[in-house]
Design a protein around this ligand. Structure first.
Ligand SMILES: [Mg+2]
Length: 228
């Protein structure tokens, strides 16, 4: 007898730390912004009331970037990259220090919002969770949309969700249509949607992606952890 197919969602907040900072500094929307500076890179207020932001070119040291906005990513800057290296690619990008208490606050907010819709949640980090939707009567697409809207309403932030029969595939799928993505796959969709994926699409940490995605999925994914 076949077991009923499970519906496991992986919800990943989009560029989480950077997106939280954009709530605080909306004037930076659309600009390349990276999170990874020290306290000395805190924005300061000028005499005329405008803010002065540090730039990547102002940085010296061995720190790494925790998160970059999508505008910064378009310039080749990404999480876990050394700040000095990023400064070569995007010297004028805005640099902000990390503020973990603030990110934890928003983390609690989005997780509480999801738990109001689906109670079976597995915490997987400050910006991501797995949700077991299997026992809920609602249609999968409708549920996913409700969850995304609840996260948006509660935090002002977007997230991306992948829903498949297992955690591994859902983790891959939440990354396929970022930002603000929603990808729902059944087992029969896997050959068409997963096997053709370029390895670079599945991980930002693979420096030399194997040319055969089957290899990557079987060899690399179990230990995969994306920095953010
Ligand atoms: Mg994440």
């Amino acid at each position: 007898m076949n077991a009923p197919q499970r519906r496991i969602a992986h919800l990943d907040m989009d560029a989480f730390y950077a997106s939280v900072e954009l709530l605080r500094y909306p004037e930076l929307r659309g600009l390349p912004v990276v999170i990874g500076g020290r306290n000395e890179h805190q924005p300061t207020m000028r005499a005329d009331g405008s803010k002065h932001f540090s730039r990547l070119r102002d940085y010296s040291g061995r720190g790494v970037i925790t998160t970059a906005t999508y505008a910064a990513r378009a310039m080749g800057v990404h999480s876990a990259m050394g700040v000095m290296k990023a400064a070569q690619l995007a010297p004028d990008a805005i640099l902000l220090p990390v503020d973990f208490p603030l990110y934890r606050h928003y983390s609690h907010l989005f997780k509480a919002a999801v738990s109001g819709i689906a109670s079976q949640i597995e915490d997987s980090g400050i910006d991501e969770i797995y949700i077991d939707l299997s026992d809920l009567p609602d249609d999968t697409l409708a549920l996913a949309r409700r969850i995304k809207q609840a996260v948006k309403d509660t935090t002002g932030l977007s997230c991306s969700i992948g829903i498949t029969p297992n955690k591994l595939l859902s983790k891959i799928c939440s990354d396929l249509e970022k930002p603000d993505g929603l990808t729902i796959l059944g087992v029969s969709d896997i050959p068409e949607r997963i096997w053709p994926c370029r390895c670079v699409k599945l991980t930002v940490s693979a420096r030399k992606p194997p040319t055969n995605s089957h290899y990557w999925v079987s060899q690399r994914l179990p230990s995969w952890r994306k920095p953010n």
